[in-house]
Design a protein around this ligand. Structure first.
Ligand SMILES: Nc1ncnc2c1ncn2[C@@H]1O[C@H](COP(=O)(O)OP(=O)(O)OP(=O)(O)O)[C@@H](O)[C@H]1O
Ligand SMILES: [Mg+2]
Length: 333
Protein backbone atom coordinates (compact mmCIF):
# COMPACT_ATOMS: atom_id res chain seq x y z
CA UNK A 1 0.00 0.00 0.00
CA UNK A 2 2.72 2.46 1.00
CA UNK A 3 5.47 2.09 -1.53
CA UNK A 4 7.39 5.36 -1.23
CA UNK A 5 8.89 6.93 1.87
CA UNK A 6 7.43 10.35 2.54
CA UNK A 7 7.37 12.04 5.92
CA UNK A 8 3.64 12.74 6.08
CA UNK A 9 2.92 9.10 5.22
CA UNK A 10 5.29 8.00 7.97
CA UNK A 11 2.96 9.61 10.48
CA UNK A 12 0.03 7.71 8.94
CA UNK A 13 1.99 4.47 9.21
CA UNK A 14 2.61 4.97 12.91
CA UNK A 15 -1.12 5.45 13.30
CA UNK A 16 -1.87 2.43 11.14
CA UNK A 17 -0.15 0.01 13.51
CA UNK A 18 -1.44 1.57 16.68
CA UNK A 19 -4.37 -0.87 17.13
CA UNK A 20 -3.66 -4.03 19.14
CA UNK A 21 -4.97 -6.41 16.43
CA UNK A 22 -2.85 -4.66 13.79
CA UNK A 23 0.22 -4.81 15.99
CA UNK A 24 -0.28 -8.54 16.53
CA UNK A 25 -0.69 -9.01 12.77
CA UNK A 26 2.56 -7.16 12.11
CA UNK A 27 4.36 -9.29 14.73
CA UNK A 28 3.00 -12.46 13.11
CA UNK A 29 4.15 -11.26 9.70
CA UNK A 30 7.56 -10.46 11.02
CA UNK A 31 8.23 -13.53 13.13
CA UNK A 32 6.27 -16.26 11.44
CA UNK A 33 8.27 -16.56 8.25
CA UNK A 34 10.99 -18.96 7.23
CA UNK A 35 14.64 -18.14 7.68
CA UNK A 36 15.91 -18.95 4.20
CA UNK A 37 18.85 -16.83 3.31
CA UNK A 38 20.59 -17.31 6.65
CA UNK A 39 24.35 -17.01 6.34
CA UNK A 40 24.37 -13.77 4.41
CA UNK A 41 22.52 -10.77 5.82
CA UNK A 42 20.85 -9.75 2.56
CA UNK A 43 20.19 -12.27 -0.19
CA UNK A 44 18.75 -11.72 -3.66
CA UNK A 45 17.99 -14.85 -5.65
CA UNK A 46 17.12 -14.65 -9.33
CA UNK A 47 15.51 -11.21 -9.02
CA UNK A 48 13.51 -10.16 -12.03
CA UNK A 49 11.77 -6.81 -12.31
CA UNK A 50 9.63 -5.94 -15.29
CA UNK A 51 8.15 -2.47 -15.54
CA UNK A 52 5.23 -1.99 -17.89
CA UNK A 53 4.33 1.47 -19.12
CA UNK A 54 1.52 1.51 -21.69
CA UNK A 55 2.50 -1.36 -24.03
CA UNK A 56 6.21 -1.05 -23.39
CA UNK A 57 7.87 -3.55 -21.08
CA UNK A 58 11.30 -2.85 -19.55
CA UNK A 59 13.19 -5.68 -17.91
CA UNK A 60 15.11 -3.76 -15.24
CA UNK A 61 16.46 -6.85 -13.43
CA UNK A 62 17.10 -10.09 -15.27
CA UNK A 63 17.71 -12.79 -12.66
CA UNK A 64 20.02 -10.90 -10.35
CA UNK A 65 21.80 -12.85 -7.59
CA UNK A 66 23.53 -11.08 -4.71
CA UNK A 67 24.61 -11.83 -1.15
CA UNK A 68 25.71 -9.19 1.34
CA UNK A 69 27.32 -10.01 4.69
CA UNK A 70 26.15 -8.40 7.91
CA UNK A 71 28.18 -5.25 8.54
CA UNK A 72 29.61 -5.24 5.01
CA UNK A 73 29.93 -2.01 3.01
CA UNK A 74 29.04 -2.80 -0.58
CA UNK A 75 29.42 -0.47 -3.54
CA UNK A 76 27.11 -0.98 -6.53
CA UNK A 77 28.18 0.55 -9.81
CA UNK A 78 26.83 0.32 -13.34
CA UNK A 79 25.72 2.37 -16.30
CA UNK A 80 22.57 4.42 -16.23
CA UNK A 81 19.55 2.14 -16.61
CA UNK A 82 21.39 -1.01 -15.54
CA UNK A 83 19.00 -1.61 -12.63
CA UNK A 84 20.88 -0.23 -9.59
CA UNK A 85 18.01 1.81 -8.14
CA UNK A 86 15.54 -0.96 -8.89
CA UNK A 87 17.70 -3.33 -6.84
CA UNK A 88 17.96 -0.86 -3.96
CA UNK A 89 14.21 -0.20 -3.97
CA UNK A 90 13.50 -3.92 -3.72
CA UNK A 91 16.01 -4.42 -0.89
CA UNK A 92 14.46 -1.45 0.90
CA UNK A 93 10.91 -2.83 0.61
CA UNK A 94 9.82 0.10 -1.58
CA UNK A 95 9.13 -2.09 -4.58
CA UNK A 96 8.44 -5.78 -5.17
CA UNK A 97 10.20 -7.95 -7.76
CA UNK A 98 8.25 -9.58 -10.60
CA UNK A 99 10.02 -12.87 -9.80
CA UNK A 100 12.80 -14.16 -7.59
CA UNK A 101 13.32 -13.98 -3.84
CA UNK A 102 14.75 -11.40 -1.47
CA UNK A 103 15.71 -11.91 2.18
CA UNK A 104 17.05 -9.36 4.61
CA UNK A 105 18.14 -10.53 8.06
CA UNK A 106 16.54 -13.93 7.35
CA UNK A 107 13.20 -12.26 6.59
CA UNK A 108 11.56 -13.10 3.27
CA UNK A 109 10.38 -9.66 2.14
CA UNK A 110 7.86 -11.17 -0.26
CA UNK A 111 6.03 -12.82 2.62
CA UNK A 112 5.41 -9.56 4.45
CA UNK A 113 1.98 -7.92 4.32
CA UNK A 114 1.73 -4.22 3.50
CA UNK A 115 1.82 -3.44 7.23
CA UNK A 116 4.82 -5.74 7.74
CA UNK A 117 6.65 -4.17 4.82
CA UNK A 118 5.87 -0.73 6.15
CA UNK A 119 7.27 -1.71 9.53
CA UNK A 120 10.34 -3.23 7.85
CA UNK A 121 11.04 0.09 6.07
CA UNK A 122 10.50 2.07 9.23
CA UNK A 123 12.54 -0.06 11.63
CA UNK A 124 15.10 -2.03 9.68
CA UNK A 125 16.11 0.22 6.79
CA UNK A 126 17.68 3.66 6.50
CA UNK A 127 17.59 5.47 3.15
CA UNK A 128 19.88 8.17 1.81
CA UNK A 129 18.88 9.63 -1.54
CA UNK A 130 20.82 11.71 -4.04
CA UNK A 131 18.63 14.79 -3.62
CA UNK A 132 18.84 16.46 -0.22
CA UNK A 133 15.23 17.60 -0.61
CA UNK A 134 14.22 13.96 -0.33
CA UNK A 135 16.32 13.41 2.78
CA UNK A 136 15.72 16.53 4.88
CA UNK A 137 12.82 18.76 5.89
CA UNK A 138 14.04 22.25 4.89
CA UNK A 139 12.43 24.21 7.74
CA UNK A 140 13.82 21.94 10.48
CA UNK A 141 17.31 22.24 11.93
CA UNK A 142 19.82 19.41 11.51
CA UNK A 143 19.10 18.30 15.09
CA UNK A 144 15.33 18.35 14.54
CA UNK A 145 15.69 16.44 11.27
CA UNK A 146 17.58 13.66 13.04
CA UNK A 147 15.06 13.65 15.91
CA UNK A 148 12.01 13.42 13.65
CA UNK A 149 12.13 9.69 12.76
CA UNK A 150 12.59 8.91 16.48
CA UNK A 151 9.66 11.16 17.36
CA UNK A 152 7.49 9.28 14.87
CA UNK A 153 8.48 6.06 16.63
CA UNK A 154 7.41 7.55 19.95
CA UNK A 155 10.89 7.80 21.53
CA UNK A 156 11.03 10.13 24.55
CA UNK A 157 12.46 13.62 24.04
CA UNK A 158 15.54 13.10 26.24
CA UNK A 159 16.76 9.95 24.54
CA UNK A 160 16.07 11.19 21.04
CA UNK A 161 17.94 14.43 21.66
CA UNK A 162 20.91 12.51 23.05
CA UNK A 163 20.94 10.09 20.09
CA UNK A 164 20.55 12.89 17.54
CA UNK A 165 23.53 14.71 19.08
CA UNK A 166 25.57 11.51 19.11
CA UNK A 167 24.75 10.81 15.45
CA UNK A 168 25.51 14.35 14.33
CA UNK A 169 28.85 14.08 16.15
CA UNK A 170 29.49 10.75 14.34
CA UNK A 171 29.03 12.44 10.97
CA UNK A 172 31.31 15.30 12.08
CA UNK A 173 28.60 17.97 12.32
CA UNK A 174 28.15 18.58 16.02
CA UNK A 175 28.82 22.26 15.32
CA UNK A 176 26.03 22.46 12.69
CA UNK A 177 23.13 21.20 14.83
CA UNK A 178 21.01 24.31 14.61
CA UNK A 179 21.57 24.89 10.88
CA UNK A 180 18.75 24.37 8.42
CA UNK A 181 19.18 22.72 5.02
CA UNK A 182 19.79 26.02 3.19
CA UNK A 183 22.56 26.86 5.70
CA UNK A 184 24.49 23.64 5.01
CA UNK A 185 26.74 22.74 2.08
CA UNK A 186 25.69 19.90 -0.22
CA UNK A 187 28.16 17.54 1.43
CA UNK A 188 27.05 18.56 4.93
CA UNK A 189 23.41 18.01 3.94
CA UNK A 190 24.23 14.47 2.89
CA UNK A 191 26.06 13.81 6.15
CA UNK A 192 23.01 15.04 8.09
CA UNK A 193 20.95 12.74 5.84
CA UNK A 194 23.09 9.80 6.97
CA UNK A 195 22.44 10.75 10.60
CA UNK A 196 18.69 10.96 9.84
CA UNK A 197 18.78 7.54 8.16
CA UNK A 198 20.54 6.10 11.22
CA UNK A 199 18.11 7.66 13.73
CA UNK A 200 16.12 4.51 14.45
CA UNK A 201 19.22 2.27 14.37
CA UNK A 202 18.42 0.45 11.10
CA UNK A 203 20.23 -2.78 10.33
CA UNK A 204 20.78 -1.83 6.72
CA UNK A 205 21.55 1.55 5.17
CA UNK A 206 20.73 1.99 1.48
CA UNK A 207 22.18 4.98 -0.34
CA UNK A 208 21.28 5.75 -3.96
CA UNK A 209 24.00 7.97 -5.46
CA UNK A 210 24.51 9.92 -2.23
CA UNK A 211 27.48 11.74 -3.76
CA UNK A 212 25.82 12.50 -7.09
CA UNK A 213 25.49 16.23 -6.41
CA UNK A 214 28.72 17.04 -4.54
CA UNK A 215 32.37 17.55 -5.49
CA UNK A 216 35.15 15.00 -5.01
CA UNK A 217 36.29 16.22 -1.58
CA UNK A 218 32.75 16.21 -0.21
CA UNK A 219 32.19 12.76 -1.76
CA UNK A 220 35.26 11.41 0.04
CA UNK A 221 33.98 12.87 3.33
CA UNK A 222 30.57 11.24 2.74
CA UNK A 223 32.09 7.83 1.97
CA UNK A 224 34.25 8.21 5.09
CA UNK A 225 31.12 8.81 7.17
CA UNK A 226 29.42 5.68 5.78
CA UNK A 227 32.54 3.73 6.67
CA UNK A 228 32.73 5.10 10.19
CA UNK A 229 29.01 4.59 10.84
CA UNK A 230 29.08 1.03 9.53
CA UNK A 231 32.05 0.08 11.69
CA UNK A 232 30.70 1.89 14.77
CA UNK A 233 27.16 0.49 14.67
CA UNK A 234 27.67 -2.76 12.70
CA UNK A 235 25.28 -1.48 10.03
CA UNK A 236 25.26 -3.16 6.62
CA UNK A 237 25.65 -0.44 3.99
CA UNK A 238 24.90 -0.56 0.26
CA UNK A 239 25.96 2.47 -1.74
CA UNK A 240 24.99 2.94 -5.39
CA UNK A 241 27.39 5.12 -7.33
CA UNK A 242 28.46 6.04 -10.83
CA UNK A 243 31.87 6.73 -9.44
CA UNK A 244 34.39 3.86 -9.73
CA UNK A 245 36.61 5.42 -7.05
CA UNK A 246 34.06 4.17 -4.53
CA UNK A 247 36.22 1.01 -4.49
CA UNK A 248 38.63 2.74 -2.11
CA UNK A 249 35.95 3.18 0.54
CA UNK A 250 34.00 -0.07 0.55
CA UNK A 251 34.69 -3.75 1.24
CA UNK A 252 33.44 -4.94 -2.15
CA UNK A 253 32.13 -3.48 -5.37
CA UNK A 254 29.66 -5.24 -7.65
CA UNK A 255 28.99 -4.01 -11.15
CA UNK A 256 25.43 -4.35 -12.45
CA UNK A 257 25.05 -4.75 -16.19
CA UNK A 258 21.72 -5.27 -17.95
CA UNK A 259 19.96 -6.12 -14.71
CA UNK A 260 22.47 -8.67 -13.40
CA UNK A 261 25.66 -8.62 -11.35
CA UNK A 262 28.38 -8.93 -13.97
CA UNK A 263 31.63 -8.45 -12.04
CA UNK A 264 32.68 -8.23 -8.44
CA UNK A 265 35.79 -6.58 -7.03
CA UNK A 266 36.99 -7.51 -3.56
CA UNK A 267 39.89 -6.13 -1.60
CA UNK A 268 42.94 -8.41 -1.57
CA UNK A 269 44.03 -7.35 1.92
CA UNK A 270 41.47 -6.63 4.58
CA UNK A 271 41.67 -3.20 6.12
CA UNK A 272 41.87 -2.59 9.84
CA UNK A 273 38.50 -1.78 11.37
CA UNK A 274 39.03 1.89 12.03
CA UNK A 275 40.85 2.90 8.88
CA UNK A 276 39.73 3.44 5.35
CA UNK A 277 40.73 0.75 2.93
CA UNK A 278 44.01 0.91 1.09
CA UNK A 279 44.48 -2.59 -0.40
CA UNK A 280 44.10 -3.28 -4.12
CA UNK A 281 40.77 -4.49 -5.48
CA UNK A 282 40.72 -7.70 -7.47
CA UNK A 283 37.96 -7.81 -10.10
CA UNK A 284 36.27 -11.13 -10.79
CA UNK A 285 33.50 -12.07 -13.22
CA UNK A 286 30.42 -13.42 -11.44
CA UNK A 287 28.97 -16.80 -12.39
CA UNK A 288 25.25 -16.86 -11.55
CA UNK A 289 23.31 -19.75 -10.04
CA UNK A 290 22.34 -20.96 -13.53
CA UNK A 291 25.99 -21.03 -14.67
CA UNK A 292 25.76 -17.82 -16.73
CA UNK A 293 28.43 -15.16 -16.76
CA UNK A 294 28.84 -11.85 -18.51
CA UNK A 295 32.09 -11.61 -20.42
CA UNK A 296 33.55 -8.10 -20.01
CA UNK A 297 32.70 -5.92 -23.03
CA UNK A 298 36.33 -5.10 -23.82
CA UNK A 299 37.13 -8.83 -24.14
CA UNK A 300 34.09 -9.43 -26.35
CA UNK A 301 35.31 -6.65 -28.63
CA UNK A 302 38.99 -7.62 -28.52
CA UNK A 303 38.31 -11.25 -29.50
CA UNK A 304 35.42 -10.46 -31.85
CA UNK A 305 33.01 -12.71 -29.93
CA UNK A 306 29.55 -12.68 -31.49
CA UNK A 307 26.63 -15.07 -31.55
CA UNK A 308 27.86 -18.55 -30.70
CA UNK A 309 31.23 -19.43 -29.17
CA UNK A 310 32.93 -22.72 -28.30
CA UNK A 311 33.52 -23.48 -24.63
CA UNK A 312 36.50 -25.82 -24.28
CA UNK A 313 37.94 -27.48 -21.21
CA UNK A 314 41.67 -26.74 -20.89
CA UNK A 315 44.25 -27.76 -18.35
CA UNK A 316 42.76 -26.23 -15.18
CA UNK A 317 40.73 -23.67 -17.09
CA UNK A 318 37.82 -23.24 -19.47
CA UNK A 319 38.46 -21.43 -22.75
CA UNK A 320 35.88 -19.45 -24.71
CA UNK A 321 36.87 -19.57 -28.36
CA UNK A 322 35.25 -17.66 -31.23
CA UNK A 323 33.59 -20.23 -33.53
CA UNK A 324 35.69 -19.22 -36.54
CA UNK A 325 38.94 -19.56 -34.62
CA UNK A 326 37.83 -22.94 -33.25
CA UNK A 327 36.98 -24.13 -36.77
CA UNK A 328 40.36 -22.98 -38.09
CA UNK A 329 42.07 -24.87 -35.26
CA UNK A 330 40.28 -28.09 -36.29
CA UNK A 331 41.20 -27.78 -39.98
CA UNK A 332 44.26 -29.52 -41.50
CA UNK A 333 47.06 -27.07 -42.33
N1 LIG B 1 8.96 3.09 -12.35
C1 LIG B 1 9.44 2.69 -13.53
N2 LIG B 1 8.61 2.49 -14.57
C2 LIG B 1 9.09 2.06 -15.77
N3 LIG B 1 10.37 1.81 -16.02
C3 LIG B 1 11.25 2.00 -15.02
C4 LIG B 1 10.83 2.44 -13.72
N4 LIG B 1 11.92 2.54 -12.93
C5 LIG B 1 12.97 2.17 -13.68
N5 LIG B 1 12.57 1.84 -14.94
C6 LIG B 1 13.43 1.36 -16.02
O1 LIG B 1 14.16 0.25 -15.53
C7 LIG B 1 15.51 0.29 -15.97
C8 LIG B 1 16.44 0.30 -14.76
O2 LIG B 1 16.22 1.52 -14.07
P1 LIG B 1 17.04 1.93 -12.76
O3 LIG B 1 16.43 3.21 -12.28
O4 LIG B 1 17.06 0.79 -11.81
O5 LIG B 1 18.48 2.16 -13.35
P2 LIG B 1 19.78 2.77 -12.64
O6 LIG B 1 20.87 1.78 -12.83
O7 LIG B 1 19.45 3.18 -11.26
O8 LIG B 1 20.07 4.05 -13.54
P3 LIG B 1 20.68 5.49 -13.12
O9 LIG B 1 22.16 5.27 -12.94
O10 LIG B 1 20.39 6.36 -14.30
O11 LIG B 1 20.02 5.94 -11.88
C9 LIG B 1 15.64 1.54 -16.84
O12 LIG B 1 15.51 1.14 -18.19
C10 LIG B 1 14.48 2.40 -16.42
O13 LIG B 1 14.00 3.18 -17.48
MG1 LIG C 1 19.36 5.02 -10.29
Amino acid sequence: MFRRWKWPLAIQRVKSISGRADRQQVRDDWEGTDQTGAGAFAVCQGLVKIYKVADLETVALQGLDLEVRRGEILGVIGNSGSGKSTLLNILGGLDLPSAGRVFVGGQDLLELSDAGLSRYRREKVGFVWQQSSRNLIPYLTALENVQLPMMLMGKPLGSRTARARELLASVGLEWRMSHRQSQLSGGEQQRVAIAVAMANAPEILLADEPTGEVDTDAAIAIYGVFHKISRAYGTTVIIVSHDRTIGSFVDRVVAVRDGKVSTEATRRERESDDELATGEMEELVVLDSAGRLQIPRELIERFGLKGRVRVEAGDGHIAIVPVEAADRKGQPK
